[in-house]
Design a protein around this ligand. Structure first.
Ligand SMILES: Nc1nc2c(ncn2[C@@H]2O[C@H](COP(=O)(O)OP(=O)(O)OP(=O)(O)O)[C@@H](O)[C@H]2O)c(=O)[nH]1
Ligand SMILES: [Mg+2]
Length: 629
């Protein structure tokens, strides 16, 4: 038997540990530390929305399987993500038994809230360890917890951990090794444990805290002082607006140098290949297909990373739920709950995690509306499209002495998506029958300085996702497009470049009939088709289409100036508008179908977004033309 097979066999027989706890107490951080995984950790409730399995070996050589679960306040699940947690620990999931051991992770700075779940879970009768996490923060705040006394009161092992410090998990590992073999236990049915009232549980928590801790609960902390400013009704929104604005400025100004470097490199490679290879199909594939197409997309990596740098910092320091709090009034005005904020914010990375994060929303209508508008948030796949067109058509100059016009336009595009989403939400809520809205119940976590390692991992993961997409999906589609655009080739006595007569050219010219009223030429129409698979593909596709439209020996890696000289401003604005609305992403539509359980919602989404895209582009194009653009 090979080593990997031995490991696999040991793992399959290993006991299963479930990490359970309130949202934001550090379960995922602990999971990552135990298993070496890189699951998303961030400073707000509701980061983990699905079960995630991993495994590790303890210092004494025992193998364990471990489950990271969505945070829950109680086993009485209110949201789809809490249901996952409840079903896993109660052994209700199809084909799964209850875990062999529950490690209940609690935030040591907030035992009053956290211990309630621990007591509730204890009634299931499963072997259990209580993990006092964030003891570093608790100590700093003068909270003293007598772990031995707590252990006696609860009748279970209690360990102290710091999930974000290397070695911070040691006490848990030691406790696991001391546990000895775990006999299989059947969890008590949920109905049987539902006999103690919340009030009684809370009374018991208070009693335990009074004997096992010094009962210090948050005197005014640094967090409160910051919040006095950040959540101030006037100053707060101003800070939020300035912050957002600075981010978009940075996306353009900081990215300039690295982008030029990448562009220059691809240009040089293109010219080198052009120089050493004889003219022919293979050279065209490399230069017009791979280099012009893929190179055209990779250029945008720096901008994506800059945007994510800011998002990750805001996520990790604890600002995001505050932003949700500030925007709750605005969102309430259109009938959305502040809960929708995090899913919508995740959608700025990609609508797919955004749609999935809507699982944390309790009210089914709220959840559906949030899912339906999530793709209107500007995902990072739109950034290359926006950046390309802005670089080509919007002059790089200062406005009012401080703002850069390009950054300003990008801000407007993001803003257009948000405002449109709010309007759509309002209309949907109206048609579904307006419902009284619930007060926002949102935990505001303590601020902390972003963890550099987390930040680096987050950026690295982003870069990996992007480069993987470029290397697989985008490369494949670009090559396919190159082939469709190159064959069958120009007929005798042709007056246009060969692409005009190719399969793609014929499709593009057929579609042009539909899209001419919004100012799209046949080259754009060609790019829209593979762009359905993923938005950035359109940029690569335009790169290839225009490279193939070049006559003579020019290399067209610098797409922006080429577009600037061949399109009208009206066309560029229209295409930008199209990308604000069009559902150019099949993956999102299929996730919507999966998360809602109905094909009709995916179709509804595609329908309303295409409709909006066409109408908005039509208005923008015709207006711009009237104004002579
Ligand atoms: N100082 C300190 N911070 C911690 C500790 N454990 C976790 N954190 C931070 O607490 C925040 C929440 O951590 P997560 O691991 O995402 O929490 P979670 O319990 O998985 O949260 P959900 O998935 O939302 O239920 C992150 O910002 C972590 O960096 C700790 O022991 N000490
Ligand atoms: Mg988590």
């Amino acid at each position: 038997m090979g080593v990997t097979e031995k490991v696999a066999q040991a793992v399959s027989r290993a006991p299963m540990i479930a990490l359970l706890g309130n949202p934001n107490c550090g379960k995922t951080a602990l999971f990552n530390r135990l298993t070496g995984a890189r699951q998303k950790v961030a400073n707000y409730a509701g980061v983990t929305i699905d079960r995630k399995e991993g495994h590790f070996t303890s210092p004494a050589g025992h193998a364990f399987k471990v489950l990271d679960l969505p945070g829950a306040y109680s086993l009485k699940a209110h949201t789809p993500d809490e249901e996952i947690t409840r079903d896993v620990v109660a052994g209700l999931r199809a084909g799964e038994t209850a875990p062999d051991l529950v490690v209940c992770v609690v935030d040591a700075t907030n035992l009053r809230l956290n211990l309630r779940l621990a007591l509730e879970v204890q009634r299931l009768g499963l072997p259990m360890i209580l993990c006092l996490n964030m003891v570093d923060v608790a100590r700093k705040r003068g909270i003293e917890i007598d772990a031995d006394r707590l252990a006696r009161e609860l009748g279970m092992t209690v360990v102290e951990t710091v999930a974000v410090q290397s070695g911070g998990e040691k006490s848990l590992l030691r406790a696991l090794d001391e546990l000895g073999p775990l006999a299989p236990v059947k969890a008590r049915p949920l109905a049987a444990i539902d006999t103690v009232s919340v009030e009684d549980t809370q009374r018991e928590v208070r009693r335990i805290l009074s004997v096992a801790t010094n009962n210090i609960q948050g005197s005014e902390t640094g967090t409160d002082k910051i919040d006095n400013v950040v959540l101030h009704p006037v100053v707060g929104p101003v800070i939020l607006a300035v912050l957002m604005f600075l981010i978009f400025q940075a996306v353009f100004s900081w990215a300039e140098a690295p982008m030029e470097l990448i562009e220059g490199t691809f240009g040089a490679i293109g010219e080198a290949v052009q120089g050493v290879m004889a003219e022919g199909v293979l050279r065209s594939l490399l230069v017009d297909g791979v280099i012009a197409g893929v190179g055209g997309v990779i250029v945008f990596l720096p901008q994506i990373l800059i945007l994510f740098f800011f998002i990750l910092v805001l996520e990790d320091c604890g600002y995001l739920p505050r932003a949700a709090f500030l925007l709750d009034r605005l969102m309430g005005g259109v009938g959305l709950s502040g809960r929708a904020f995090i899913p919508l914010l995740s959608s700025f990375a990609c609508a797919i995690p955004g749609v999935m994060a809507a699982r944390t929303i309790q009210n089914p209508r709220d959840r559906l509306v949030t899912i339906m508008i999530a793709p209107l948030m500007t995902c990072s796949a739109r950034l290359p499209v926006y950046a390309l067109l802005i670089a080509a058509f919007i002059p790089d100059r200062e406005v009012g002495g401080i703002f850069n016009l390009q950054g300003l336009v990008l801000f407007v595009l993001y803003f257009a998506g948000i405002i449109s989403a709010m309007i759509v939400a309002w209309v949907m809520k109206r048609t579904m029958g307006a419902k009284r809205r619930h007060a926002l119940m949102l935990e505001l976590p303590n601020y902390h300085v972003p963890n550099l390692r987390n930040l680096a991992i987050g950026l690295w993961e982003r870069a990996k996702i992007f480069l993987l997409r470029v290397g697989t999906l985008i490369l494949t589609l670009t090559i396919l497009l190159w082939a469709l655009s190159s064959f069958p080739g120009a007929p005798e006595g042709a007056i246009h470049p060969p692409i005009y007569y190719s399969v793609a050219g014929i499709i593009g010219r057929a579609l042009e009939f539909v899209f001419a009223p919004i100012g799209f030429n046949w080259q754009i129409c060609i790019a829209l088709v593979p762009g359905m698979a993923a938005r950035e593909v359109a940029v690569g596709a335009l790169g290839t289409v225009y490279a193939l439209s070049q006559t003579g020996d020019e290399v067209a890696t610098a797409l922006a100036p080429l577009l600037a000289s061949t399109w009208s401003m009206a066309t560029a604005l229209s295409l930008l508008t199209w990308y604000v609305y069009a559902p150019q992403c099949l993956a999102t539509l299929s996730v919507v179908k999966r998360e809602t359980g109905h094909t009709r919602y995916a179709l509804m989404m595609a329908g309303y977004m295409f409709g909006l895209a066409y109408a908005a582009s039509f208005i923008v194009y015709q207006t711009a033309r009237l104004l002579g653009a």
